[in-house]
Design a protein around this ligand. Structure first.
Ligand SMILES: O=P(O)(O)O[C@H]1O[C@H](CO)[C@@H](O)[C@H]1O
Ligand SMILES: O=c1cc[nH]c(=O)[nH]1
Length: 244
């Protein structure tokens, strides 16, 4: 009988219960460069995966594509193959003026401005990370900017400027499209989750230009990507996580 999950095309790996998810399949290849004993998982649709070890800790890395629906599929299928802890390593746009390119934003909570998670549970259910993972993130990277993120569905909305100004005035630090789904659906499924985002766009600067800078591997942004990857790997291999 076929035991593979239908989208991620993976089945349970021996001894692997921790994962990193990323939006872009190319980021999986980048993360592989920091791992030992890398094995290919699968590459179906947007879901590219590898397994490997960081400082002796086995883990899975999987891309989820863009947005809540494909991320939700990935989380549900990861839970089915025994994954208990998931850290998202993504990119974001800053929502406050003083946040520099390549700074790391870590969610203490997420405004769920996506459509899908409201189908799971009303939006007054909070999207919050694992307190253990958040503590470990602050321990290893105290310079990260922690606060509330906003996850949305529409990259090219006509009212982006007004909507972002509103959430910025409420103190939201950054925007992405998947953290709300990870923290909400992960919590509903009993997983420990965290979201670490590399800032690729200054507040009120050109969104498309920022995302192009990520694609073109500009240096500040690539340094943020590297830091975000190393932080996630360090948290997932921290012995305190086992004890928690
Ligand atoms: O770089 P990733 O992880 O895909 O994250 C961000 O980039 C994409 C938009 O360009 C969205 O998925 C957004 O959340
Ligand atoms: O502003 C941004 C930048 C990257 N990704 C987003 O979702 N929003």
């Amino acid at each position: 009988m076929e035991n593979k999950q239908p989208h991620i095309q993976l089945e349970q790996f021996d001894g692997v219960n921790r994962a990193i998810i990323v939006g872009d399949p190319a980021r999986v290849t980048h993360i592989a460069t920091y791992l030992d004993h890398v094995e290919e998982g699968a590459f179906n649709r947007e879901f590219k995966s590898i397994v490997g070890e960081y400082k002796g800790q086995k883990l899975l890395v999987l891309s989820t594509g863009i947005g809540a629906p494909s991320t939700a599929i990935a989380i549900e299928e990861l839970a089915q193959i025994g994954i208990e802890t998931i850290i998202r390593v993504g990119s974001a746009g800053a929502m406050q003026r003083d946040i520099s390119l390549g700074a790391l934003l870590i969610a203490e909570g997420v405004v769920r401005d996506d459509g899908l998670t409201k189908k799971y549970v009303p939006e007054n259910y909070p999207a919050v990370p694992s307190s253990t993972l958040l503590y470990l993130a602050k321990k290893h990277y105290p310079q990260a900017i922690t606060g509330i993120l906003r996850s949305h569905d529409g990259f090219y909305m006509e009212d982006n400027a007004e909507v972002e100004a509103y959430w910025s005035s409420k103190g939201v630090i950054g925007a992405d499209m998947e953290s709300g789904a990870l923290l909400t659906i992960g919590r509903l499924r009993g997983l420990q989750t965290l979201s670490i985002l590399n800032n690729v766009v200054g507040y009120q600067e050109d969104l498309s230009e920022g995302v192009n800078s990520l694609v073109n591997q500009e240096s500040l942004i690539m340094s943020g990507e590297k830091e975000s990857i190393l932080l996630a790997l360090t948290i997932l291999s921290d012995k305190e996580l086992e004890e928690a």
